[in-house]
Design a protein around this ligand. Structure first.
Ligand SMILES: NC(=O)c1ccc[n+]([C@@H]2O[C@H](COP(=O)([O-])OP(=O)(O)OC[C@H]3O[C@@H](n4cnc5c(N)ncnc54)[C@H](O)[C@@H]3O)[C@@H](O)[C@H]2O)c1
Ligand SMILES: [Zn+2]
Ligand SMILES: [Zn+2]
Length: 377
């Protein structure tokens, strides 16, 4: 039997960011073979999430390849990988599941101590990069870096999905849509007949809305300062919209007034720590639960009057909606294939890879939900 050929370096096109807020440059990069426990993926579709945009605008790790919401096909596998083989369809995940650490084994959380959110632009295993150009390293983003024709990820940061699932749609389950649905279902556990308020009506907020609607929430109040976002929100289950710019009084006061003392559940899906305070103020005494999902670009600290908590409120946060990627993502994909959840309407733009900067501009200007970037076949 012939031995499988050893993976070689691949030279391909990637969108490289050289500085904060500077347009990405599509150029040739070298992608190293997958190292032990890693896989190399041919990216098929990758959508732009607000977290990519915020990091591109505010981080100082460059040159860097962004992108973390993606689908693709396994091109080669590194030593010791038995879970994947060439040709498998996969979704990447920005928080992995090693299945062996204390947190993974607890069954209580989707946070992994080994393959957690990677913030330094390196691979988890050896703190090095797998990309280079002209002999210089190019940093990763969330150990995924999908704005490249090929990328290398840890095998714990990818999930095999059914070949029947359309990769150009289910890439949204790799981050935004799954994060919102999971926040409503796993983290808040929204109950039938409840009142929900969602701050920020982008893909994440509107996925919370879809999750809340499927749980039978009776009022889903959406808050956004972009009139276009308010207009489109009802299609995702939002029952009434509030634009803070239309009121002189603080928005928490408006929500309390229209919800007879505050919502049962509130969600922060903007990425602004002051909005967490507002969300906490907008839920009711006794049992009000606030779930914060946003990733703030500035001012990471939040503050709130302790009395809000003494009065029985709960504040929770979540990454990826509490889903354990390996354990839970395949069933979420199945729900989409069976039409139990919807994804397609979050895709407002389909763009070829060459137009990736357009996706960044559309999101910066608040003119899109998700732009799906299609890699060359
Ligand atoms: N926790 C997670 O797992 C997770 C996953 C994906 C994204 N995120 C984060 O969630 C947030 C939302 O992501 P998204 O992709 O939906 O982004 P998005 O940009 O599409 O949506 C954000 C929305 O907030 C609105 N907004 C901005 N400022 C506002 C204000 N002052 N008042 C009211 N509305 C305001 C915008 O108009 C926009 O509609 C981001 O911070 C992102 O980084 C977190
Ligand atoms: Zn994301
Ligand atoms: Zn783990």
């Amino acid at each position: 039997m012939p031995l499988p050929s050893t993976p070689q370096i691949i030279t391909c096109k990637a969108a490289v960011a050289y500085g904060a807020g500077e347009p990405l440059v599509i150029e040739e990069v070298e992608v190293s073979p997958p190292q032990p426990s890693e896989i190399r993926i041919k990216v098929v579709s990758t959508s732009l999430c607000r977290s990519d945009l915020s990091a591109w605008e505010s981080h100082n790790i460059f040159p860097r390849i962004f992108g973390h919401e993606a689908s693709g096909i396994v091109e080669s596998v590194g030593e010791g990988v038995t879970e994947f083989k060439e040709g498998d369809h996969v979704l990447t995940v920005f928080i992995g599941e090693c299945k062996t650490c204390r947190l993974c084994k607890s069954g209580k959380t989707n946070i992994c101590q080994v393959l957690g959110l990677e913030r330094r632009g390196l691979m988890h295993s050896d703190q090095k990069t797998r990309f280079s150009a002209k002999g210089k390293p190019i940093y990763h983003y969330c150990a995924v870096s999908s704005f490249s024709e090929y990328t290398v990820v840890h095998s714990g940061c990818a999930v095999k999905v059914s070949p029947n699932a359309p990769l150009e749609k289910v890439c949204l389950l790799s981050c935004g849509v799954a994060a919102g649905l999971g926040a409503a279902w796993n983290v808040a556990n929204v109950s039938e007949g409840s009142t929900v308020v969602i701050f920020g009506l982008g893909t994440v907020g509107l996925s919370v809305a879809q999750g809340a609607k499927l749980r039978g929430a009776s009022r889903i109040i959406g808050v956004d300062n972009n009139p276009q976002k308010c207009e489109n929100a009802k299609a995702f289950g939002v029952t009434e919209v509030v634009n803070p710019n239309s009121y002189d009084e603080p928005i928490a006061q408006v929500i309390k007034r229209i919800s007879n003392g505050g919502a049962d559940f509130s969600f922060e899906c903007v990425g602004d720590t002051d909005m967490i305070t507002t969300a906490l103020q907008s839920c009711c005494d006794g049992w009000g639960t606030t779930v914060t999902l946003g990733v703030p670009k500035v001012k990471p600290e939040m503050s709130a009057h302790y009395g809000l908590l003494l009065m029985g409120r709960t504040l929770k946060g979540s990454l990826y909606g509490g889903w354990k990627p390996k354990s839970d993502l395949p069933s979420l994909v199945e729900k989409y294939v069976n039409k139990e959840i919807q994804i397609d309407d979050y895709i407002t733009h389909d763009l070829p890879f060459e137009e990736i900067n357009k996706a960044f501009n559309l999101m910066r200007e608040g003119e899109c939900l998700r732009c799906v970037i299609h890699m060359p076949r």
